[in-house]
Design a binder for this molecule. Structure first.
Ligand SMILES: [Zn+2]
Length: 289
């Protein structure tokens, strides 16, 4: 799932590649992905692309005051196609294509962006709005993880009482962080995923803030300028604990552990984060019964 650094890189990618082009035909591959009806997606055709933006994990393309905004969700991605096939996709087919936006560039090229979504759970969302704040998910966002001040961050975290792993990915508290980067941030700050936000000391919460900035700033620096197709690999290569169950922690050498619940899992290092304690993994516990 793309998080703040990847979406920031995609916004930058659109600024470099799409701004200055004219929107051509829009092909809808998955009707369910389009969440707004008025104006219709076809209203974008014929408009100049004038900018791109990011709100938390939402990506937006400004077409002269009319915005196309997307939330890629867990299985979604944006691909840049230099020479798309002229045939429109079949709506409702098995293709992962949710939406294709074609462009005419000033140089005479006709590239496109494809919004695709893997998996059976279709959550990718597209909105066409005059004002980004009209997207309900954007209106509800808390301050951005890279804009929030340390003082405000401490106030927000200590003002809620829940597991830090849950709080830091709650977009209404802090915007932009998902499962992968939260694993990395907690690992760098040496905080247990199960630590309670209300009882964590102010000094530790300040350390968490510093780690959040360090992890995200580093990931943005590595992601921006990467081709959209390479962003996933770049994201994975920078991870120290996330998706590295069973591998050695690069800081202390302990084995990275995992906690699984429902359809998700997260990773942490016991020595770095939980005083050596292995957290109960509900899936493992069930298997052992
Ligand atoms: Zn460690």
């Amino acid at each position: 799932m793309p998080e703040l650094p990847e979406v920031e890189a995609l916004a930058q990618f659109l600024r470099e590649h799409a701004v200055g082009a004219v929107v051509g035909r829009i092909d809808v591959g998955a009707l369910s992905a389009v969440k707004t009806f008025d104006p219709p997606v076809t209203a974008l055709s014929g408009r100049d692309v004038t900018g791109a933006g990011r709100w938390g994990k939402f990506l937006g393309m400004d077409c002269g005051g009319l915005w196309m905004i997307t939330h890629l969700s867990r299985g979604g991605w944006l691909r840049w196609i230099d020479e798309p096939s002229p045939t429109p996709p079949k709506p409702g087919g098995k293709s992962p294509l949710a939406l294709r936006v074609r462009f005419f560039t000033p140089e005479g090229a006709t590239p496109a962006i494809d919004l695709t979504e893997a998996g059976t759970k279709k959550r990718l969302a597209v909105y066409v709005v005059d004002d980004p704040e009209l997207v309900p998910g954007i209106a509800k966002l808390g301050p951005d993880a890279l804009d929030v001040t340390e003082e405000r961050f401490i106030e927000i975290m200590r003002g809620t009482s829940q597991r830090i792993k849950t709080a830091i990915v709650d977009q209404s508290l802090i915007a932009g962080i998902g499962n992968a980067y939260s694993d990395e941030i907690l690992h760098m700050a040496k905080v247990s995923p199960f630590a309670n936000t209300a009882t964590m000391s102010e000094a530790k919460t300040a350390e968490l803030y510093e780690s959040m900035r360090a992890v995200l700033t580093d990931a943005v620096a590595r992601s921006v300028g990467q081709d959209a197709a390479r962003l996933k690999g770049e994201k994975r290569s920078g991870m120290r604990v996330h998706a590295r169950t069973g591998m050695p922690c690069p800081v202390c050498g302990d084995t990275v552990r995992e906690v699984s619940y429902a359809e998700r899992s997260f990773q942490y290092c016991p020595t770095c984060q939980t005083g050596g304690k292995v957290l109960a993994d509900r899936r493992m516990s069930r298997l052992l019964k």
